[in-house]
Write a protein that binds this ligand. Structure first.
Ligand SMILES: *Cc1c(COP(=O)(O)O)cnc(C)c1O
Length: 382
């Protein structure tokens, strides 16, 4: 691999700027998708009932080690249908962490249910089990947990509280394909895991999503609801994934493992420039947990504002700036559900996310590492 001398950039090589930014979007190289698409088009079976959709679902279930995967039209439809299949009815309450972005929370409103926002633990993305216990009521029908940015959310303590009250846990693992908690994949810890295959996600089909479950009855209810009630008279919606998108997904599942390795290697390169005891650390994860490195997340000792602004000015807006991450109740739509969440506030104020996708050139990666290094050395007390 080529090395880059940062102090004396090659003559004629432009700096990355807001006009020629580091590409934060990743499209994997083609690996048989076109042949798969040709087969599907030639078959004339383009709907969600085509055999390739079932093939894709089997491949997903196999990769994640669950009994059932059901493909749907988006991560949002996976979340909505999972809540319905979990028994959430209008007027019910659904717990979710304050770190939830709008797409995690909106499906709760789609159900006509009431979001009940809980704080996260002081370190990490897991729901605070004490706050969960305090906010469970007789109307709580489900909880949605969130391994945000591809980082693990160890929700086992919260799940104990939920299990005791017989409340199902739905994971919004839309950013967390391949993230592990205690060795187990995010999205396989509760009743169901919801995933997106939007173009920005690790497994990308354009639009699309899927649910994972080991609960046979839940799987049947989810399938029934998302497939028009199997046209047997029960109420359902049409959330089926179209065959051409399943064909793309079927090929790309096979590339997930290599992608995870490449992302972890890039993350290791960035981690390498952090200074022990310095003002910047990687967002901490448990000893048996591993991110999928959807993004690389830095946590600053006080505020991440200065370093996020420096990256933005230099042409690489962190997701915190691009998507305006902040606790959910700061959004007007969810302001009526505001509650005190100091840990989520601190997390939003101190973190920033940077790309480590496999499409980064060595020069782009070194550019990011160099900028982190300036802050890892330059801020703080020394
Ligand atoms: C992308 C995403 C969604 C929504 O997925 P779509 O496929 O875009 O509907 C939901 N939650 C999270 C955390 C996401 O990142």
């Amino acid at each position: 691999m080529a090395t880059t001398d940062l102090d004396s950039p090659a003559v004629g090589v432009t700096e990355f700027t807001a006009e020629s930014p580091v590409e934060d979007r990743y499209g994997p190289p083609l690996s048989g998708e076109l042949a798969e698409l040709e087969r599907v088009l030639a078959s004339g079976r383009l709907s969600g009932g085509a055999a390739v959709v079932a093939d894709y679902e089997r491949a997903l279930a196999g990769w994640f080690g669950v009994t059932r995967a059901i493909a749907v039209s988006s991560g949002s439809s996976a979340l909505h249908a999972a809540l319905v299949a979990a028994g959430v009815k209008p007027g019910d309450e659904v717990l979710l962490p304050a770190t939830a972005p709008l797409p995690t929370a909106m499906p709760i409103l789609t159900c006509g249910a009431i979001p009940v926002i809980v704080d996260v633990v002081p370190v990490g993305l897991a729901m605070d089990p004490a706050d969960v216990a305090a906010k469970v009521t007789g109307r709580t029908a489900a909880a949605v947990s969130l391994p945000l940015w591809g980082y693990p959310a160890d929700d086992r303590p919260a799940k104990e509280v939920l299990d005791a009250a017989e409340i199902p846990l739905i994971e919004d693992a839309c950013q967390a394909h391949g993230t592990r908690v205690d060795g187990r994949y995010a999205g396989t810890l509760g009743t169901a895991g919801c995933f997106s295959t939007h173009e920005r996600k690790l497994l990308a089909t354009g639009e699309g999503g899927f649910v994972l479950t080991n609960d046979e009855e839940f799987g049947e209810r989810f399938d029934f609801y998302t497939h028009l009630g199997h046209l047997r008279g029960g109420h359902g919606v049409n959330y089926k994934l179209a065959a051409p998108l399943a064909a793309i997904g079927r090929r790309r599942v096979d590339g997930l493992e290599a992608q995870l390795r490449a992302r972890a290697a890039n993350a290791a390169r960035l981690r390498n420039v952090l200074v022990a005891g310095g003002p910047l650390i990687e967002l901490p994860v448990g000893a048996d947990d591993s991110p999928n490195y959807y993004t690389f997340v830095l946590r600053a000792a006080r505020s991440a504002g200065e370093i996020a602004a420096a990256f933005t000015d230099a042409g690489l807006a962190p997701d915190s700036v691009r998507f305006g991450y902040r606790p959910l109740y700061h959004r007007p739509l969810f302001a009526p559900y505001a509650t005190d969440c100091p840990n989520a506030e601190a997390l939003a104020a101190t973190t920033l996310q940077l790309p480590v996708h496999p499409g980064l050139s060595p020069r782009e990666l070194e550019w990011i590492a160099d900028r982190i290094a300036r802050f890892a050395r330059g801020m703080g007390s020394r």
